[in-house]
Design a protein around this ligand. Structure first.
Ligand code: AMP
Length: 607
């Protein structure tokens, strides 16, 4: 019998801490019979709230003793993978502690795995890297470089489930705390799945969200239990049509409890679709017919159509509200709504204010911090003003590179328990799916501790640093500089989106900032004021930049305003290249010349 702190089931073992989830998951996964389906669904319904609460409790307990959880995670990984080619090469069988592991294995980046992963994708021979089959290659967006294929195994997916369930329990508590009347408990989720592709050896390949929805019956049943949209709706691959239909089903649910999506940009996108298409959606509610112009596969359309009934009364109520305007519309159409759940940190910060135009003062809960490679953290303090995430000790074996050591080839790392409050670190993960001492490229700041586990705020991605002479100006610095500078363009001016580029073509080198701004006043006369404000703000926070400017080694940043809609177009170009709406994050440093040209062609004013 395993100790109660056991995190992962050993092969063949079913009675672990996760016995409820595993039993139900297996039942669901294997059930081919309608009765079994029905039973497993209802069993899940019965057990889910308890499972979520237990996942949260278990995560909280992990935070009391992260050292022991981390040691177990590392031992599990090394033991599981010791017979793989990779495990033999690094002699995993003889490594027993974090220190031994660190000495035996260098830090890595994706490039260290690219050829092994390509080989597995072509041959299917996963045991080069991991002991269990790769169930999905998560294709990352490639917004900051070449696309990557990140392996997902069932064990890795189980670690995500624990974090997801803990978040679900937090959501439930948060919803109850923020509501007076009894809500439906149902959420409106904005997500959709792209069709999965396959590698030459037949391993599924696609975004993490697509894999989750398409491959897991458990996920489909969770959707049925938790969201206003039926599971098949999530399979509409055209995101505008998918979000339209999510809105349609969500608007029929008058007592909606919360709205949820990965990122603030997804919720904003959905609410813009609502603003643009509300009269068609209202017509659909009135007639009970789904708009024929939507891009939906016939089978899915039939399935959704069968669930719709005309509802003229709701249609009229909604029409009256929409006609009054969209400022603060969300709590008006769903008065029981408790909060919006989506990530608002990092690259998403910029969208929060625009989101609040629609949501008014509804709380926004930035719930979690994760990546295709590994889940990282959960926001265990939803009320905290600046969202921060307690690192989830069960999710991976974590190490951290203090920022001042990041330059050397193989910098030393500190363990999860040794972070200092106020310090900045790059995250390194060793996962259950074949990434070892892998530099994630995310920079975080430790802002405190939850029990004995560090809480971090996300700062920026290493790959988005503006870095001409090692001055390292972060996206956070540029965003805050722009936020302070945009009011120079007029009192109604609003920053819609931005990105940057480094200019090396003429001396002195400089940064180029592309910004899309709504309602600027008299731009041409005020743009140089805006430029000076940006310059001042960067100088203030980055002393290296200041010195380089004083020595005239870097020129004033160039500021280029682009036409309205340019960033939508830029995003659509990235989506065409395989990114998905659910995972898309606007790159804050452009490296691809085609994307730079797209913006250059739309510059309306520059200094
Ligand atoms: P992907 O692998 O495409 O899902 O992207 C993962 C990346 O998204 C992370 O490495 C972070 O850079 C970013 N990310 C995920 N969650 C958050 C968060 N809560 N705050 C800021 N950035 C995040």
């Amino acid at each position: 019998m395993r100790s109660p702190l056991s995190i992962y089931p050993a092969p063949g073992e079913t009675l672990t801490f996760y016995f409820e989830v595993n039993i139900v998951a297996n039942l669901i996964q294997n059930s081919t019979h309608k009765l079994a389906d029905w039973l497993s669904f209802n069993l899940l319904k019965l057990l889910l709230p308890a499972v979520s609460q237990r996942s949260l409790k278990s995560l909280q307990k992990d935070t009391q003793n992260p050292a022991s959880v981390q040691q177990k995670v590392l031992q599990t990984i090394l033991k599981r993978q010791q017979e793989t080619d990779y495990g033999k090469k690094y002699n995993f069988a003889n490594l027993h502690s974090g220190d031994e592991f660190r000495k035996a294995h260098p830090l890595t980046t994706y490039e260290d795995y690219r050829s092994i992963i390509e080989n597995i994708a072509n041959t299917g021979n996963f045991s080069q890297l991991v002991a269990e089959p790769i169930i999905l290659f998560q294709e990352t967006a490639g917004t900051t470089g070449q696309t990557k294929l990140i392996p997902r195994t069932k064990s890795l997916f189980d670690t995500y489930q624990k974090s997801f369930q803990a978040v679900a329990a937090l959501t439930e508590r948060y919803a109850w705390k923020n509501q007076t009347n009894s809500p439906s408990g149902l959420g409106l989720a904005f997500a959709n799945a792209q069709p999965l592709k396959h590698t030459p050896s037949g391993i599924p390949k696609g975004t993490g969200t697509s894999g989750g929805i398409r491959q897991s019956k458990l996920t489909q049943n969770l959707i049925k239990l938790k969201f206003s949209s039926p599971p098949s709706l999530f399979l509409i691959s055209n995101y505008t049509s998918a979000y339209y239909c999510h809105l349609l089903f969500g608007l029929l649910e008058t007592n909606l409890s919360y709205i949820s999506a990965n990122f603030a940009s997804n919720v904003l996108q959905a609410l813009q679709i609502l603003e643009e298409y509300w009269s068609q959606i209202v017509d659909d509610i009135q007639s009970g017919q789904i708009n024929p112009n939507l891009d939906i596969d016939d089978l899915i359309r039939q399935e959704l159509q069968a669930l719709l009934q005309p509802n003229p009364e709701r249609a009229q109520t909604l029409k009256d509200k929409f006609e009054q305007g969209f400022a603060g519309i969300i709590p008006k159409i769903w008065p029981q709504l408790s909060h919006i759940q989506c990530i608002t940190t990092g690259a998403m910060q910029i969208y929060k204010e625009r989101l609040q135009f629609y949501t008014g003062d509804l709380p926004i809960f930035s719930h979690g911090y994760g990546a295709s490679e590994s889940w990282i953290g959960v926001n265990l303090q939803p009320e905290r003003e600046n969202p921060a995430y307690a690192i989830a000790p069960h999710a991976a074996f974590f190490e951290f590179i203090p920022l001042d050591r990041g330059e050397v080839d193989n910098p030393s790392t500190v363990d999860l328990m040794s972070l200092s409050v106020g310090e900045r670190y790059e995250i390194v993960v060793t996962t259950l799916a074949g990434l070892y001492r892998y530099r994630l490229g995310d920079i975080v700041q430790c802002v405190g501790y939850y029990n004995r586990t560090p809480i971090v705020e996300f700062l920026y991605r290493q790959g988005s640093l503006l870095n001409l002479y090692n001055e390292k100006v972060s996206e956070q610095t540029i965003f805050s500089a722009l936020t302070q500078a945009i009011p120079c363009l007029g009192e109604n001016a609003k920053l819609i989106d931005y990105t940057t580029q480094m200019q090396f073509s003429s001396q002195p080198w400089c940064y180029i900032i592309y910004a899309e701004v709504d309602s600027p006043g008299e731009i041409s006369s005020h743009l140089s004021q805006c430029q000076n404000q940006i310059e001042c703000s960067i100088r203030e926070v980055n002393k290296s930049y200041q010195k380089l400017r004083e020595a005239n080694r870097i020129d004033l940043p160039k500021v280029k305003l682009v036409q309205r809609g340019s960033f939508d177009l830029l995003k659509s170009q990235f989506l065409k290249r395989g990114s998905s709406e659910n995972q898309f994050k606007m790159p804050r440093l452009l490296k691809n010349p085609d994307m730079v040209n797209l913006l250059e062609d739309r510059v309306v004013c520059e200094v």
